[in-house]
Design a binder for this molecule. Structure first.
Ligand code: ZN
Length: 213
C-alpha cells in the first residue's frame, strides 16, 4: 500500500537499492504465491530479498510490499508505517483511520486466523495500481500467524490501519488486489482523491457518489 502523502524525512542521499514494482496486469499479481520452507528462510538470497523489499517500500514510499509485487511468487511481505509519514498527515484523518506507527516487520507464510465481523471503510491504494485509490471495506481487527525473518513463529493482533495493511498484503499472496474488493464507483485518481474526497468523512463520500448507507 502507498502512503497517502509524500514521505518526509526519508534519507534520499544514500544509495537506494530499489526493485521494480510490477503493475496490475502482470500475471504474478494474480497467482497464489507459495510458502517458503525453513531452509529457504535461512538462505542469504531470502535475506537479501527482504532487505531490497524494505528499501523499495521505503523509497516508493509505501507502508507494505508483498513479494509478488516485485515479481517473486513467495508468501513474504514487509510492512512499516513510519512515524515521519504520519507526522505529515492531518491528525483528524489519522484518528478516523485508527492509524498509528507500525515498526518494520517481515511476514513469512502469514495466515489470518481470525477477523472481526465489524468492518471499516476507507480509501486505499496499491503500489501495483499506481496513481489510483478506492473505498475498500475491511475487517477492523485481525489476528495473523506468521514466521519472522528468523523463521520464528509470531502471532499478531492488529486493529485499525495496521489490520488493513495486513489484510491488503496477505491478499497479494493470494493473487487478490484491492480492485476485487473496492466500491467501484469510488475508484479515483490520487489527484482527484486529494482534490475532492480525501478529507471528507466516508459517509459524505458515499452520499456524494450516490452509494447507499
Ligand atoms: Zn498492494
Amino acid at each position: 500500500m502507498p502512503v497517502i502523502s509524500p514521505a518526509f524525512g526519508y534519507n534520499r542521499t544514500r544509495q537506494i537499492m530499489r526493485l521494480k514494482i510490477v503493475q496490475t496486469g502482470e500475471p504474478v499479481l494474480r497467482r497464489a504465491a507459495r510458502e517458503l520452507t525453513s531452509a529457504e528462510i535461512a538462505e542469504p538470497a531470502t535475506r537479501g530479498l527482504i532487505e531490497w523489499m524494505r528499501e523499495t517500500m521505503r523509497d516508493a514510499p509505501g507502508v507494505g510490499l508483498a513479494a509478488p509485487q516485485v515479481g517473486v511468487g513467495l508468501r513474504l511481505a514487509v510492512i512499516e508505517d513510519r512515524e515521519d509519514f504520519l507526522r505529515a498527515l492531518d491528525p483528524a484523518v489519522l484518528a478516523e483511520r485508527e492509524r498509528e506507527p507500525v515498526s518494520f516487520q517481515v511476514l513469512i507464510n502469514p495466515r489470518i486466523t481470525s477477523r472481526s465481523a465489524e468492518e471499516a471503510e476507507f480509501f486505499e491504494g496499491c503500489l501495483s495500481v499506481a496513481g489510483y485509490s478506492a473505498l475498500v471495506r475491511r475487517s477492523r481487527r485481525v489476528e495473523v500467524e506468521c514466521l519472522d525473518e528468523e523463521g520464528r513463529p509470531r502471532r499478531i493482533e492488529a486493529s485499525g490501519w495496521y489490520a488493513r495493511i495486513l489484510q491488503h498484503e496477505i491478499d497479494h499472496l493470494d493473487g487478490t488486489l484491492y480492485l476485487d474488493r473496492m466500491e467501484p464507483r469510488s475508484f479515483t485518481t490520487t489527484e482527484n482523491l486529494t482534490r475532492h474526497w480525501g478529507s471528507m468523512p466516508v459517509a459524505s463520500v458515499r452520499e456524494a457518489l450516490g452509494l447507499k448507507g
